[in-house]
Design a protein around this ligand. Structure first.
Ligand code: ATP
Ligand code: MG
Length: 331
């Protein structure tokens, strides 16, 4: 059986990008795989949020997984900081990771802003923590969007470095699982930036909690162009915003982008956008209703997270002890 591991930072309410690029794929894989799905609260600390907001977002991300269709009886849903092995293995890996590898990471360059020296060290070593997150569970596959591919590559490199240094076959290299038209949903305002839950502009994204009017308004205002939609994908070359809206429609409807064009060829965005908004509301309304209901009972959510943590901890603790023994620490 495949084992998959994935997580999302509780930085804000999750977006359509997180749903289509990550959670929807987990839902599709959950019954043929053993799933470890976590809420990456330690990663969220790299841009320290207000404590109350972090607590609320952590629960909201867990509730979102379930509202989107993850079955908590089957998947282990857990909070990263509740498993001490993540931070501990991260230190062990830090001592095996050349700084040059970290200097290549594009996310640090993107997120650290202009003054690199003022960025916190957590943001810099973030990929090492992510390598620990992954390798603790010996997953066969890690479902990631395009934006996380470089981090998974680093996790594979760290696994290789560990195996070589200690002359062991301890870690198998996990494979990326990347899916369909939604691997990179772009911002609604700027087709060159990915949709992100921490973007300063709320208009750049659709939040999974947005109501029907808000969704329709954001799609109406989304950057597009004044040309008609063509009947083939090649003709969308260079029209990044148009391509993005077609991809979103395709991912929501579970059809190929070619099929979407077959349906809308010759029409302009005046026709396409209302159809996209309607589809988006139809798919997201049940999720936000369930999410809202789950958030009403935080005690039940916390109990679920405690169960998930107990399951995850058994696996993670064993990997950590194995690594410590291999590295010569007394265990
Ligand atoms: P942040 O701005 O806080 O980094 P984010 O929206 O990038 O938020 P992450 O927590 O970094 O979210 O990523 C969670 C998961 O969602 C990852 O698997 C990532 O690949 C996926 N993901 C994030 N944004 C997109 C997107 N725009 N399109 C497709 N997948 C995405
Ligand atoms: Mg991100």
């Amino acid at each position: 059986m495949k084992r998959i591991l994935s997580g999302i930072q509780p930085t804000n309410t999750l977006t359509l990008g997180n749903y289509l690029g990550a959670i929807k794929n987990w839902v599709g894989m959950q019954h043929e795989s053993e799933c470890f799905l976590f809420i990456a609260d330690l990663h969220a600390l790299t841009n320290p949020p207000e404590p109350e907001a972090l607590r609320a977002n952590t629960r909201e991300v867990a509730a979102t997984y379930i509202a989107c269709g993850i079955d908590p009886e089957h998947a282990a849903i857990f909070v990263q900081s509740q498993i001490p092995a993540h931070a501990e293995l991260s230190w062990l890996f830090s001592c095996l990771t050349p700084i040059g590898w970290l200097n290549r990471m594009t996310q640090f360059k993107d997120k650290s802003g202009k003054d690199k020296d003022a960025a916190n060290a957590g943001l810099y070593v973030y990929p090492i923590l992510m390598a620990a997150d992954i390798l603790l569970y010996h997953p066969s596959h890690v479902p990631v969007g395009e934006d996380q591919k470089q981090h998974l590559e680093l996790a594979r490199d760290v696994a290789g470095a560990f195996n070589r240094k200690y002359d062991v076959e301890h870690f198998k290299l996990p494979e990326p699982a990347i899916f369909g038209p939604a691997t990179r949903i772009m911002s609604l305002r700027d087709g060159s930036k990915k949709m992100s839950k921490s973007d300063a502009s709320d208009m750049s994204r659709i939040n999974l909690t947005d109501d029907a009017d808000t969704i329709a308004n954001k799609i109406k205002k989304a950057t597009s162009d004044s040309e008609m939609l063509p009947d083939n994908l090649a003709a969308l070359e260079g029209r990044t915003e148009a391509r993005n809206l077609i991809n979103i429609y395709a991912a929501l409807a579970d059809i190929t982008p070619e099929k979407v064009l077959a349906q809308f060829a010759g029409q302009g965005f005046g026709k396409f956008k209302p159809a996209l908004a309607e589809l988006c509301v139809e798919k997201l309304a049940p999720i936000s209703t369930r999410l809202h209901a789950l958030m009403q009972d935080t005690a039940a959510l916390d109990a679920l997270l405690a169960k998930g943590a107990a399951r995850a901890n058994t696996v993670a603790e064993k990997t950590l002890v194995d690594c410590k023994r291999i590295m010569g620490l007394l265990v």
